[in-house]
Design a protein around this ligand. Structure first.
Ligand code: SAM
Length: 323
């Protein structure tokens, strides 16, 4: 991202520049991935407490006024939220917002990729943990793998930038990482293999980046380490000829030092980290058009209060916080 000297700069007390807001558009999702939210723990209907589009836009405006440049829509499933195409267009038009991205399960891309691209969406990260229909159904609770794969094709055809997210699940998809890598390579996609976060008792069982690297190298050949991309300091990158892939390793690596993010939960709580346990609600400020100054101040306060690093993440609030 290029520096713009006319833009406000938001820094935390460690001097890190905070440019990136993850906006959880809804806590609802059509899928029920067992590692994301324990079955039945969250409703699948859009919660009454979720922020409305106008409040999300107000959040984006306030964030941009204080220095945020990049916004990722997440959830829950952001592309299942009513009015998502219009929301993307409105957020992309906010002065100072240079990039709007979404993290998605891919189910809506078959129909929405083109309209979203036209509305100004820059790219999507699509979650894909398996290429086996039976495993997909076991992981997500739904037999819709083919629809996700068609969604990925539609996204590639629409001109969106597309990446894949694959959570590594011991004894579930750990034997399939090379197949996922080959799928990504054949589609020209950057895949990020993610260590599974969970309750501390389960973290020790996470399939690690080191284990995955061994399996992938044995199958694909030499994967050459690359320099960290300063835009994505949490991703460890490797190259195989012209193709690249990466690891996000929250269990075995601490990559907090380069963190440039704030998060807004679907019910309007401003968070400085996925691992944070307490957070301030700005929902009332977002509902009050006259509260612009307080709203801007709450974003500045949140940035100022960021910890340098977190211990571990408990992701059970992932849908509400936004993964
Ligand atoms: N519904 C969207 C999706 O499927 O990508 C966005 C929300 S989801 C919470 C965002 C990302 O968080 C997904 O890539 C998902 O795989 C990841 N995620 C969820 N639970 C996780 C966990 N326990 N450990 C690591 N990643 C997780």
């Amino acid at each position: 991202m290029t520096e713009d000297s006319t833009r406000p700069v938001l820094r935390d007390r460690f001097g890190r520049r905070i440019r990136y807001l993850r906006l959880s558009v809804t806590s609802a999702c059509q899928l029920d991935c067992f590692y994301c939210t324990p079955r039945g723990r969250d409703g699948t209907a859009r919660s009454a407490t979720c922020l409305k589009s106008e409040h999300l836009i107000r959040a984006a405006e306030a964030a941009a006024r204080v220095g945020i440049e990049k916004i990722r829509l997440t959830g829950g499933e952001p592309l299942a939220a009513p009015g998502i195409t219009e929301l993307v267009g409105r957020i992309r038009a906010v002065p100072g917002v240079s990039t709007v991205l979404a993290t998605t399960n891919g189910l809506a891309l078959e129909t929405l990729a083109v309209p979203l691209r036209r509305a100004g969406l820059d790219g999507v990260n699509v979650s894909l943990d398996t290429l086996s229909p039976a495993r997909f159904a076991a992981i997500t609770g739904s037999s819709v793998l083919e629809k996700v794969l068609r969604g990925i094709d539609a996204a590639l055809g629409s001109g969106l930038s597309v990446k894949l997210n694959a959570v590594m699940l011991r004894n579930i998809n750990d034997d399939e990482l090379p197949a996922l890598a080959r799928y990504a390579r054949s589609h020209g996609l950057f895949v990020r293999f993610i260590e599974r976060m969970g309750p501390v008792s389960e973290m020790a069982r996470s399939f690690t980046r080191a284990e995955a690297l061994e399996v992938l190298r044995a199958d694909l050949g030499p994967l050459e380490p690359l320099e960290v991309d300063p835009e994505h300091p949490h991703v460890e990158r490797f190259a195989l000829e012209a193709w690249q892939m990466g690891f996000i390793s929250p269990v075995t690596t601490n990559f907090c030092a380069g963190c440039d993010k704030l998060r807004l939960t679907s019910d309007g709580r401003l968070m400085t980290c996925l691992a944070q346990t307490r957070s301030a609600s700005i929902a009332d400020l977002l509902r009050d058009p006259a509260a612009q100054r307080e709203l801007d101040a709450s974003f500045r306060r949140a940035a100022a209060s960021k910890s340098f690093a977190s211990a571990t993440c408990d992701p059970w609030g992932m849908r509400r916080i936004g993964g």
